[in-house]
Design a protein around this ligand. Structure first.
Ligand code: 2PG
Ligand code: MG
Length: 445
């Protein structure tokens, strides 16, 4: 990437120690009204940081464990009181009074205290909010914006903002499975800034809402991430309607605004194959179907086109889409360095969907990001379908130079807190969006 500023080891803030004075947490509710965890890290010099974490609905099997209380009389078993207690008791007792020179040192201590491969003992929902709260406290102590703190962890600062892929329509686990395809997103490929991108997509979203009112006799039935969720007749109808909305907004589909799809195929894959509507497809047929969508519609990114354990077929999918659309791994990779390494070895994908809570600490998520980059992959930084108003994701996506960011729709405050934070960063830095590679350039991947 051009204009990268490689931060040298002479960065002004290295050599500091961050002494933890107190760790605390409480149970709060996410955008689906389900419990999640917010943690605060108070440093000995009085700087503090608070962070809350999101939760998925279409989760990958290899994700770090989210500890739920399991008491059916309280939040239908979804309570997070045990995870909260692990912060207030176990982690506070073990870490308060200790000094850490780096984020990596703190995250290593958190991992050791848990001692399991998937954070099953303390819960990723106890560990991650502490890891993020520490990041925020440390960035405050250094008097620098959080995105700059994340950039220093990466060792490089890129003066760009990630290009948003914005949720327009939802089905699957995000909208009661009225359509198998989980999300259709719009990518403002010609927008030069975040502000321009949001203004373009506002127009497309309004046109899509009007189209839903006319075509389906409904308007405001929104899915988990704020996307529209009418009873589409088929996955193809979702794509047709998305193209119609782009055109109605006065844009050229495939030139000004393109499409990205999160197929989330794991969630309609059964023993006998892919249940795409009334049809059951084997892996070959599923790849054919995905290719047909990419040929017929301006789709530039295909996430989880195949199921998370269909490893054998992922390289074939990537080869078929190469040069036309990104092959993005979410459930397949689970932001897990071991799974990413396997995917790199066999050429199963060319883009990492990065979700920090899939792995459970800032440092391990950064490792996943660096690993993907080292293979020449692109990185899409993603929110979850259950979010909070916290906006750390925006800073992380800028600091780690995400190519794309997936936050959801441009409605609902848990989404807008991140978009608005990106607008603040744009205003403070003047940084443009990272250029979209375009179909031609995708050939290089
Ligand atoms: C996904 C995410 C975000 P969830 O599948 O990519 O859209 O959904 O948080 O439900 O896993
Ligand atoms: Mg996904």
């Amino acid at each position: 990437m051009n204009n990268e500023d490689h931060m040298s080891s002479a960065a002004p803030h290295t050599g500091q120690m961050f002494r933890i004075q107190r760790l605390s947490a409480l149970e709060i509710l996410d955008s689906r009204g389900r419990p999640t965890v917010q943690a605060t890290c108070l440093l000995a010099d009085g700087c503090d940081g608070t962070a809350s974490i999101p939760s998925g609905a279409s989760t990958g099997a290899a994700e770090a464990l989210e500890l739920r209380d399991g008491d059916p009389r309280r939040f239908r078993g979804l309570g997070c009181r045990q995870a909260v207690a692990h912060v207030n008791d176990t982690l506070d007792r073990a870490l308060s009074g200790q000094a850490f020179p780096t984020q990596a040192a703190l995250d290593q201590a958190l991992r050791q205290l848990d001692g399991t491969a998937n954070k099953a003992r303390l819960g990723a929902n106890a560990i991650l909010p502490v890891s993020l709260a520490f990041a925020r406290a440390a960035s405050r102590r250094q008097g620098r914006p959080l995105h700059d703190y994340f950039a220093e962890l990466r060792g490089t600062r890129s003066p760009t903002l990630p290009r948003p892929a914005i949720n327009l329509f939802s089905g699957g686990k995000h909208a009661g499975s009225q359509s198998p395809l989980q999300d259709v997103l719009v990518v403002p490929v010609t927008a030069r800034t975040m502000a321009e991108a949001l203004a373009m997509i506002f127009e497309v979203y309004q046109c899509a809402a009007e189209l839903c009112a006319k075509q389906y006799g409904m308007r405001l039935l929104r899915a988990d991430e704020g996307g529209l969720a009418p009873p589409f007749a088929s996955a193809g109808a979702m794509l047709d309607d998305a193209v119609a909305a782009i055109r109605a907004a006065g844009f050229k589909a495939g030139e000004d605004v393109s499409l990205a799809v999160d197929v989330a195929a794991t969630h309609f894959h059964q023993r006998d194959g892919y249940h795409l509507g009334p049809r059951v497809l084997d892996s070959h047929q599923m790849i054919d179907q995905l290719e047909r969508w990419v040929e017929r519609y301006p789709v530039v990114s295909v996430e989880d086109g195949l199921a998370e354990e269909d490893w054998e077929y992922w390289p074939r999918l990537r080869a078929r889409l190469a040069g036309r659309a990104l092959t993005v791994g979410d459930d397949l990779l689970c932001t897990n360095p071991a799974r990413i390494s396997r995917a790199i070895q066999i050429g199963a994908a060319d883009t990492l969907l990065l979700k920090v809570n899939q792995i459970g600490t800032v440092t391990e998520a950064l490792e996943a990001c660096q690993l993907a980059r080292s293979a020449g992959w692109r990185v899409t930084i993603s929110a979850r379908s259950g979010e909070t108003e916290d906006d750390w994701l925006a800073d992380l996506a800028v600091g780690w130079a995400g190519d794309q960011i997936k936050i959801g729709s441009i409605t609902q405050s848990e989404r807008l807190s991140k978009y608005n934070r990106l607008l603040e960063i744009q205003a403070a830095t003047g940084w443009p969006l990272v250029p979209w590679p375009g179909r031609a350039k995708l050939d290089e991947l």
